[in-house]
Design a protein around this ligand. Sequence first.
Ligand code: TRP
Length: 75
Amino acid sequence: MEGVASGEYVCIKALENGVSVIGMTRGRDTRLHHTEKLDKGEVMLAQFTESVSAIKIHGRARVYCAHGEFESGAE
Ligand code: TRP
């Protein structure tokens, strides 16, 4: 079922260069699935899938999703 996506999108906008968006695997084992690097101003739209249930953001970014808007990283 690799690649089956939920309908909801998460939007991540990098506020500095070198922001990492790290997908974590779904299920009992939590492993890194994929890392995407974003530079300042770049925007990524993503969905959770059968294989990814969580994301970790390293660096300053603004996140827009159904749970609200928030920022990651130090000011
Ligand atoms: N493999 C875990 C899961 O599917 C991934 C995960 C989701 C997770 N939420 C988490 C890991 C919170 C650590 C903390 O549930």
